[in-house]
Design a protein around this ligand. Structure first.
Ligand code: FES
Length: 575
């Protein structure tokens, strides 16, 4: 890593101060800036995922102004660049289908324009990995600023998290024990302010992992969206990224195997989202680090859950923040981490967490008193040759070793049509199987993996059964759900061959998942199997299906993880 001077600024290729740069200089003047406001200054692109259709990011335009304030203070030139907002609740068929679009957009916006450094504004689930993936490939000095989490919620004296937190009352609603008017009261509290889901779902997990990877200011992921501290940190990030440009401190200096392995361990210590297993693999592979689902599992063995936060624990993100937040958890975990990994602060991880301490050891547990011994386990076997994930800390202990008969749903539509039917042949021991919901089959791996408890069972008071799919589930979800079965059924993975009535056996301790059907019968079913028709024949959907990798490889596009560099754009003056 070496420093940069004014003439070496990337933006100087556009704003070189010669008559040949008149087109670029003229447009900067057109924006109302005087020459001294932009010439020779680092241009900081603020990639902003604000949108009216992403209420989690409703405050990000204001947040961008705080970043600009910091950039100006440090002698930089801030430019705000709107990007795909990926509102988790509204994007269909799944925001996941567009994560790579945001990644490509981020990378190309940074590369094609006069930008020296970047601030990434995001937080709602797929925005964090989408922004990071693009910034890693662009490899300009970058800081990620998380949106912060939404207000806390309580119902009848019980605190509950946003996202799928209220689903704990869904069996009561389905069985008619909870009136719709009461359900609506709950609905009004799920997200009662701007900000991301306030549990350790995908949003909080991924913003925390961005911080562990070294991309955020210390403690930034443990701040509520409406706290003044969020704006203060945004301005500080604006100041810091200008310095990073002069220092030439880029993602390729920060993102190492040690940082990735730290992030995998912290995901478990947080009781974090199963989705992180996909995103972290994608992030590592984008940086040229050989990392897959099996390696993820090997790295996290023995790491306990320390964050007593829903859905694995009892508390919400506000209590986690008050207990010391991520820096305190990292400090407690440091014997299991590689503290030498670098951060945007030009300090090591050990240095930035040195002073952090736990203020409430019921919310952030010490290593001697963990919440659970395991939070994410990769199982494999003849039903998932390349692996599948389960989150024991949010599941039912008695189902960790289980054998039952399959009840198969062909796809999400079939499940929606039949799951609450009185005719469904299902018992508390059944194994619900959902297929054709994977990366290509979904397409985009929608969060259908927490199949609802069938009405027939809900009426008997059953609150959990074993569920298996090639879908994902929301990081806010809970239950005994085996997810991301790889390879997926749509490409002919063994999940495609399961029939209702087949026996399935899981043993989480042994990390095994098997379909108890003999090989000859499976071979006969395979030869009769027909690939389904693609959902898309043109446009983004067709591009996605053609190029997306399987879940165990991170669902990136094959051409985005290809080795090799993308050249800087050629720039020719018009004189
Ligand atoms: Fe935006 Fe959960 S829906 S973070």
């Amino acid at each position: 890593m070496s420093g940069t001077n004014k003439r070496q600024l990337r933006s100087a290729r556009w704003f070189g101060g010669t008559p040949f740069d008149a087109e670029h200089t003229g447009h900067a003047l057109q924006a109302g800036l005087a020459r001294e406001e932009f010439e020779g200054k680092p241009v900081i692109g603020i990639i902003n995922t604000w949108s009216d259709l992403n209420p989690c990011h409703a405050h990000l335009r204001e947040r961008a102004e705080a970043v600009k304030r910091g950039v100006w203070q440090a002698g930089g030139y801030p430019v705000e660049l709107p990007a795909l907002a990926l509102g988790e609740g509204f994007f269909k068929p799944s925001a996941m289908m567009y994560r790579n679009m945001l990644a490509m957009q981020t990378e190309e916006m940074l590369r094609a324009q006069p930008v020296d450094g970047a601030i990434l504004l995001g937080g709602c689930d797929k925005t964090t990995p989408g922004l990071l993936l693009g910034a890693i490939s662009a490899d300009l000095p970058t800081i990620f600023c998380p949106a912060g989490f939404t207000n806390a919620a309580r119902y009848r004296g019980e605190s509950f998290g946003s996202g799928t937190g209220p689903f704990r009352w869904a069996p009561d609603l389905i069985a008619g024990r909870l009136p719709v008017t009461e359900w609506q009261k709950i609905e009004e509290k799920i997200w009662s302010s701007p900000g991301t889901c306030n549990v350790m779902g995908t949003a909080s997990t991924m913003t925390a992992l961005a911080e562990v990877l070294g991309f955020s200011l210390p403690g930034a992921s443990s701040v509520p969206a409406t706290a003044s501290k969020g704006h203060q940190l945004a301005a500080a990030a604006g100041r810091r990224v200008v310095d990073m440009v002069w220092e030439d401190l880029r993602p390729s200096h920060i993102l190492t195997r040690a940082a990735v392995e730290n992030a995998a361990k912290v995901n478990v210590a947080l009781g974090g989202s199963t989705n992180a297993a996909i995103h972290l693999v994608a992030i590592a592979r984008r940086a040229g680090i050989d990392f897959n689902l099996q390696q993820f599992d090997a790295v996290v063995r023995g790491v306990p859950v320390l964050a007593n936060v829903q859905p694995s624990g009892a508390y919400l993100m506000h209590e986690f923040a008050d207990a010391g937040g991520l820096p305190a958890l990292l400090n407690q975990l440091q014997t299991l981490l590689d503290g030498s990994s670098q951060t945007v602060m030009k300090q090591t991880l050990s240095e930035v967490i040195e002073q952090a301490q736990i203020d409430d050891d019921e919310v952030i547990r010490p290593l001697s008193n963990p919440v659970a011994s395991e939070a994410l386990v990769v199982v494999s076997g003849n039903l998932a040759p390349n692996g599948a994930v389960i989150k024991p800390s949010a599941a039912t202990a008695s189902l960790m070793q289980h054998r039952g008969r399959a009840v198969v749903f062909e796809d999400a539509a079939d499940m929606a049509a039949r799951i609450h039917s009185d005719d469904l042949e299902v018992t508390p021991d059944s194994v619900l199987v959902l297929r054709n919901c994977g990366p290509q089959g979904g397409p985009g791996m929608a969060e259908n993996g927490m199949l609802p408890i069938p009405k027939k069972l809900a009426e008997q008071g059953v609150r959990d059964v074993l569920r298996i799919s090639d879908a994902r589930m929301s990081g806010t979800s809970f239950g005994t759900c085996v997810l991301h079965v790889s390879p997926e059924s749509w490409v002919g993975g063994p999940l495609a061959l399961v029939r209702s009535g087949d026996e399935i056996e899981i043993d989480v301790a042994a990390r095994s998942l098997n379909l108890l059907v003999d090989d000859a019968e499976l071979a006969a079913r395979r030869s009769a199997w027909q690939p389904p028709k693609p959902h898309y024949v043109r446009g983004w959907g067709a591009l996605f299906i053609e190029h997306v990798n399987q879940a165990d490889q991170g669902c990136d596009f094959d051409f985005l993880v290809r080795p090799g560099a993308t050249p800087e754009p050629p720039i020719f003056g018009k004189l």
